[in-house]
Ligand binder design. Structure first.
Ligand code: CU
Length: 347
């Protein structure tokens, strides 16, 4: 597949999500400012901050830790994975056919962000929390201010747009980095690429966030979150992060999905009684969707690994992390303030 073909395939996949977005609702729930959680004994929570509001020292510490993961040799023996950063990407590659278009979409990615944060802390001595990219700050008045975002700073950010025929990123801390996995399931060396499409970035604006906040059950909310607020950075940044299988090859992936996690948590926090453990959805995406995204068909072993016997996603559903962190259930990641996750979002 050529770069252009891959881009078109991925574009088609995300565009489907966008067009499948539910109709806007008129009522908007107010967010409960309390971030209190139930059954929690964790006391010192990891603080997750917006990149826009971090100090330069905090940003530098995160960038250094991410570069450390990128430069630390792999240990788990995954095919093609040369570094600890690659191992995380490998985990997403091989789970990609069950973690999108399914009930576990939000909880799996929540736990994946935790796994990344945990590795930064335990392997690379990072003492902060996983930052998030508060994308709505870059979409004021529905017009794109993406290129001006501090997220793309060439010193205290992730570098800017790609350049040249292959749209390789050539500035910033991750300039000329090599991905060893992808595109899709391939094992090959490629550059980190970005090819901004400014018009898509407005999908992260407040209108679309309000639309999702107005949903009153997990299925509707999850479908809404994964549509516009989720698609915005994948489509708008484009390149590596648009690859539905190998997207964690762009370090920005972790800031984008942590923002999505924050939005889901905000939605949960509006009504913890009803939403803290609200879960639903199917365990497996439709075959036509897998085919359209060039994803592998789901195996019996994968289905057995769910430990969730019907095709209705339950709290007992297993989240598979390939040994990077122990597998756990959806139930154990529903509350971000519990003993396992023990983090909070700082505004
Ligand atoms: Cu994903």
């Amino acid at each position: 597949m050529s770069f252009l073909t891959r881009t078109l395939v991925a574009l088609l996949a995300f565009t489907t999500l966008v067009s499948a977005s539910p109709a806007p609702s008129l009522s908007v729930s107010k967010r409960d400012n309390s971030t209190s959680t139930s059954n929690s004994t964790c006391t010192t929570k990891t603080q997750r901050k917006a990149w826009h509001k971090m100090t330069n020292d905090e940003k530098q510490a995160y960038i250094d830790a991410e570069l450390c993961l990128i430069n630390t040799p792999a240990t788990l023996g995954f095919a093609g994975a040369q570094t600890k950063f690659d191992e995380l990407q490998y985990c997403h590659v091989w789970q990609s056919n069950v973690i999108h278009y399914s009930g576990q979409f939000l909880p799996w990615h929540r736990y994946f962000m935790y796994a990344h944060e945990y590795q930064l802390q335990t392997i690379c001595n990072y003492t902060g929390g996983q930052p998030y990219w508060e994308e709505v700050l870059d979409t004021k008045n529905n017009s794109l201010q993406m290129a001006d975002s501090p997220i793309f700073d060439t010193v205290y950010g992730f570098g800017g747009n790609g350049q040249g025929d292959d749209w390789c990123v050539q500035d910033g801390p991750f300039a000329n980095m090599t991905n060893h996995l992808g595109p899709y399931y391939e094992i090959s060396d490629t550059c980190l690429s970005r090819q901004f499409v400014p018009s898509y970035f407005s999908l992260g604006n407040q209108t679309y966030i309000d639309e999702c906040m107005a949903m009153d059950n997990y299925w509707d909310a999850h479908w809404c979150w994964k549509s516009n607020p989720h698609s915005n950075a994948h489509l708008g940044v484009n390149g590596t992060i648009l690859d539905t299988v190998a997207s964690p090859g762009d370090p920005l992936f972790y800031l984008h999905h942590t923002n999505l996690d924050r939005l889901w948590w905000e939605w949960q926090a509006v009504n913890l009684t009803a939403r803290l453990y609200d879960m639903s959805g199917g365990n497996t995406p439709p075959v036509w969707w897998l085919d359209k995204n060039y994803m592998k068909h789901i195996t019996e072993a994968q289905i057995e690994g769910f430990n969730d016997p019907t095709n209705h996603t339950s709290l007992q559903h297993n989240l598979i992390m390939e040994g990077i962190v122990p597998n756990t259930t959806i139930e154990s990641v529903m509350d971000i303030g519990n003993d396992l996750l023990c983090y909070e979002y700082v505004y």
